[in-house]
Ligand binder design. Structure first.
Ligand SMILES: [Zn+2]
Length: 99
């Protein structure tokens, strides 16, 4: 996995946007360089990413409490992932712990 340092998204390296950029002519032959960009924001600050595992305890709008192991960088990251997963039913994080 890789992470875009510009927008903070994490994705598979295969999802990177591959662009052949023209670098001019060398000895009469057009030259291109393969560049890789973030598919979400076109950023080029891409780095290798190893997600951390964390335990998150959270509650939902319907009053249920839940807990889940999630791969995330930070508590903000975990909250974004869970909010995406639970949508309107998302409540908030009650507690968390890194492994
Ligand atoms: Zn990005």
């Amino acid at each position: 996995m890789v992470k875009c340092e510009d927008c903070g998204r994490v994705f598979e390296a295969a999802e990177l946007k591959e662009v052949q950029e023209y670098r001019g002519e060398y000895w009469g032959i057009p030259s291109f360089e393969t560049m890789y960009y973030c598919p979400f924001c076109d950023g080029e600050a891409i780095s290798d990413y190893k997600p951390k595992e964390m335990w998150v305890s959270f509650y939902l709008q319907d009053g249920t409490q839940n807990g889940q192991t999630i791969e995330a960088d930070s508590i903000e990251d975990a909250e974004r992932l869970l909010r995406d997963e639970y949508g309107k039913n998302w409540g908030g994080i009650a507690d968390w712990d890194f492994y």
